[in-house]
Design a protein. Sequence first.
Length: 133
Amino acid sequence: MIPRFRAWDKNNKKMLGWKELDLTKELGEDEITIFEPTGQFAQPMYFYEAMQSTGLKDKNGVEIYEGDIVEFKYPYDKRIKTKGIIVRNDNKACFGISMKETTEQYELYRITAENYLSVIGNKFQNTELLENE
């Protein structure tokens, strides 16, 4: 799998997709280059929040990225529904679902994503989705 990313532009408050990004590293500085219809320009990484794709899709075929808010039905009891945020678990080299009601993360697997998850937003553009959780 080739890693795919998207980035939240902190200044302009907009999400930049994979096709709009070209990540470069020059002379020891981290820069992100954004291709615009009028040309290209470079900005330091701290102006952006980069998020990696999990390589998985939800039950509706939507690609799942870090920072996505998902609605989740528990495999062992499909009547129980909750929301969580997709996070990277560096200790296990995998992605997980972080839920407010537990300190543990539910590990994200293809079978879970394809059958039980729906991406309903992301933590930058849809903060209201997690306010009452």
